[in-house]
Design a protein around this ligand. Sequence first.
Ligand SMILES: [Zn+2]
Length: 232
Amino acid sequence: MLIAIIIGAVIGSFSHVVGAHQPVGRQWAFRRSQCDNCEHVLTVYELLPIVSYMWQRGRCRRCAVKIERSIVLVEWLGAMSAAILYNVYGFSWAFFLGVILLAFFCMISVADWYYMIVPNQFIGFIGVPIVLIVMFSSSFYEHLLGGILAFTMLYTLHLTTGGIGAGDVKLAFVLGSVVGVAHVFTMFLFASIFGFLFVLLMKKRKIPFAPSLCMATFLCYNINYFEMPWLM
Ligand SMILES: [Zn+2]
């Protein structure tokens, strides 16, 4: 359990870095993390997810600028999500696929939250492999149809309302494939509820929709009522 929590926190931390840097073309790989304000290169002790944030009381140790709250928030979300995955699946293939999904969802959500975009690179390099894994290790047509159904629904909304971005439409194909055709409507129901709650909480009319979609898919994945015997 503790291992699952640590894996989740690290995933959250890493995904936040990728999600916040990649869309604006900032270098994130093969580079030591720095303070965004004073460019102080972080030591090992300042890189621990959640723990470092609490230890430093949310501030940079050198210049005392406040560290963005969203970082520790995503780390906590990652930790909790991995704990849920572990409770549902134990250490199985479903857990590891869930962890990959989790990383994908965190990156997409952070990018959409900051920049209102769902980067094509994330869909291509992580989303497409996920779709292929799910389709070829399970009932192929159920998951293919799920992707097509979710894609078609959001594409219609994209054309008619303008509230849904093109990135959300592509993302919908990945998410629909993950949950399968029988659960696409459930996923959208959850996503609408999350989206509605976000609108209420943020008190803004325009909010990114990808985080709600990701949370809804994660929920469906863990309810575990769709057949994935190949994973158990
Ligand atoms: Zn600093």
